[in-house]
Design a protein around this ligand. Structure first.
Ligand SMILES: C[S@@+](CC[C@H](N)C(=O)[O-])C[C@H]1O[C@@H](n2cnc3c(N)ncnc32)[C@H](O)[C@@H]1O
Length: 192
């Protein structure tokens, strides 16, 4: 199935969990992946993989199967990801269980978290739970990058995420607005 249609179908089924009507553009994917250099003992975790709009640009940067872990809640999307990227590890699971999913995977130390989760439309307690999981990796020297849509940038849950991260890891490195994305978005990066 066409990627845009597949994404739209997932959105219509679960708008709040998907949180966007179209997959990320190649321009946003490029910004999300700047400086990301995974290795077997510096792996990258991708949260909310969706249809793999970012994954397809990340794959050439992955030196070994064990340097990547993708986590996605929607089992239909996971099945399709496993077909399209058979050389990568995917887990159908909830980012709220991030730490134990990584531990069970037996994969190496986490160097990067690429987070595509729609914090603005997720329930508050879910967002908080996920950030507490992220903290466990940040303490070990991980880089965390996410994107926030311009129209939702000042929504309470978007501000809450930035405050949580700023209080622990300082000010984010924010990209220029990526206008070639529907909708336009900023990327935000923190490193302890
Ligand atoms: C905005 S889409 C991003 C998809 C893709 N990475 C992209 O950039 O086009 C968010 C994705 O996060 C997934 N998701 C939402 N809540 C999640 C959770 N708690 N754990 C794992 N995945 C989740 C949704 O199913 C959806 O595929």
């Amino acid at each position: 199935m066409n990627e845009n249609l597949q994404f739209l179908q997932a959105f219509l089924k679960n708008p709040l969990k998907v949180g966007a009507i179209a997959p990320s553009s190649p321009e946003l994917a490029a910004k999300m992946l700047e400086g990301i250099e995974p290795a077997e003992n510096n792996i990258v975790i991708e949260l909310g993989v969706g249809t793999g709009a970012i994954t397809k640009f990340l794959r050439p940067k992955i030196p070994h199967r064990d340097a990547y872990l993708g986590i996605e809640l929607d089992r239909h999307l996971v099945r399709s990801l496993q077909r399209n990227f058979h050389d990568l590890h995917f887990v159908c699971g909830n980012a709220c269980d991030l730490y134990s999913i990584h531990q069970k995977s037996g994969l190496g130390k986490v160097g990067y978290i690429i987070c595509c989760l729609p914090f603005v439309s997720l329930p508050n307690d879910v967002g908080e739970k996920i950030l507490r999981q992220v903290d466990k990796f940040m303490d070990e020297g991980c880089t965390f990058r996410t994107f926030q849509y311009a129209h939702g940038y000042y929504m309470p849950s978007a501000i809450k995420l930035r405050e949580h991260m700023r209080n622990r890891y300082g000010r984010s490195k924010r990209s220029k607005l990526v206008v070639k994305n529907v909708p336009p978005a900023y990327t935000l990066t923190w490193h302890k």
